[in-house]
Design a protein around this ligand. Structure first.
Ligand code: SF4
Ligand code: SF4
Length: 373
């Protein structure tokens, strides 16, 4: 409910005041049985230290109770690979029994008979599976694990054969670039209502430099990034249709030095495998993380989040560039990624800037072409 007193606030203040918890993401483990080249989170499946830090079933239950009390309706169980946990079924069921809609992100390689029985008896909202390749060669080039393609196909077919609601997504990276049309065709043939590909590779939450270099080496060039979007008629026409809104010379926050202009902290939050509360999954900057093992969710949501939303910048580079950028809506820039890429929340990111300009050029060229035709 919007309280009357916010009607007196400036527009941005009003937007920030409209907060109602709707959903949350639970990264129940950072461990994974794959070792994908682009992965921003994974630790080895047998990492005992990581395992010992994972939230217990009781801790997850407590956090979920607190989230439900604050109004949450929907939870996403993710990882790492959530099915690596022996107590996955217990966690899944306890969340269902609290009345939450439950989605699961999985690589599908560990789907067994028990999971199928569980999902048949207590259906998830959906299971979202990443398709890294549709041949053994490309799939395992990405995952780095021999045998993973056969396990993936086996798990996926089990889900399909048992009528479990599956959504598919693909990461567009250098290691599977040549196969992307085949991956898109595979996804569209298997799911009618949903398929998306993501070309934005995030840097690692643990800031592992060697792994970050690997992620950067997997990024598409700005031209490839845009060529891929143009090759997907559905996606490019959505981009074109809203281009009036996306490219706007008058778009400027020159008088506004707030850092966060996205939906962060308005309706959802993320909890890491060891109980760290963040406003979104990518926001790991110092001072923006709240330890739920030391405090309560209500304090994190009601007191901590507004403080983060109120963060401002005094960087002339940021205020003069990104905050008055006509194509900011075409840009993947955000404070969380700026921190992961540059160590600061308010620094422009060269690669994202190049991608945004390539997108703007493509939209402009398509508009010119339409006018000529
Ligand atoms: S399957 Fe997912 S979590 Fe596992 S390594 Fe690959 S991207 Fe990371
Ligand atoms: S990074 Fe570049 S394109 Fe993106 S908002 Fe900043 S100035 Fe604009």
């Amino acid at each position: 409910m919007i309280t009357l007193d916010i009607l007196d606030l400036p527009l941005w203040e009003k937007m920030k005041a409209r907060r109602a918890l709707f959903s949350f993401d639970l990264e129940i483990t950072a461990r994974c049985n794959n070792d994908c080249r682009h992965c921003y989170i994974n630790l080895p499946a047998g990492d005992r230290q990581a395992c010992s830090k994972e939230l217990t079933v009781q801790e997850i239950s407590d956090i979920a109770d607190q989230a439900v009390a604050l109004g949450a309706l929907w939870v996403l169980i993710s990882g790492g690979e959530p099915l690596l946990r022996d107590d996955f079924a217990e966690i899944y069921l306890l969340l269902k029994k609290k009345g939450l809609l439950v989605s699961v992100f999985t690589n599908a390689t560990l789907i067994g008979t028990g999971h199928i029985e569980l999902f048949r008896q207590y259906p998830p909202r959906d299971i979202e599976v990443s398709v890294y390749g549709v041949t053994m060669e490309s799939y395992e080039r990405v995952t780095g694990r021999p045998g993973s393609f056969a396990s993936f196909m086996n798990g996926l077919n089990r889900l399909f054969d048992n009528g479990i609601k599956v959504r598919l997504k693909a990461m567009a990276i250098r290691s599977n670039f040549e196969e992307l049309p085949a991956i898109a065709a595979f996804c569209r043939a298997h799911t009618k209502d949903f398929f998306r590909f993501d070309s934005q590779l995030h840097l690692r939450f643990d800031r592992n430099e060697k792994r970050n270099l690997m992620i950067i080496s997997e990024r598409l060039t700005p031209d490839e990034f845009v060529a891929l979007e143009r090759s997907d008629a559905e996606r490019f026409s959505a981009l074109e249709k809203s281009c009036d809104l996306l490219v706007n010379e008058k778009f400027t926050y020159r008088d506004d030095d707030y850092l966060f202009h996205c939906g962060v902290g308005k309706g959802s939050f993320t909890v890491s495998y060891d109980g760290k509360f963040r406003l979104c999954s990518s926001l790991w900057a110092s001072g923006t993380v709240y330890d739920l093992r030391q405090g309560k969710l209500a304090e994190a949501w009601n007191e901590f989040v507004p403080n983060i939303q109120n963060m401002r910048s005094c960087s002339p580079e940021y205020l003069g560039k990104c905050r008055s950028c006509a194509i900011v809506n075409l840009c993947l820039w955000c404070p969380a990624h700026a921190d992961l890429e540059t160590g600061e929340l308010d620094r422009p990111i060269d690669y994202f800037c190049q991608v945004a300009h390539a997108r703007a050029d493509a939209i402009e060229e398509a508009a010119r072409h339409e006018n000529i035709v």
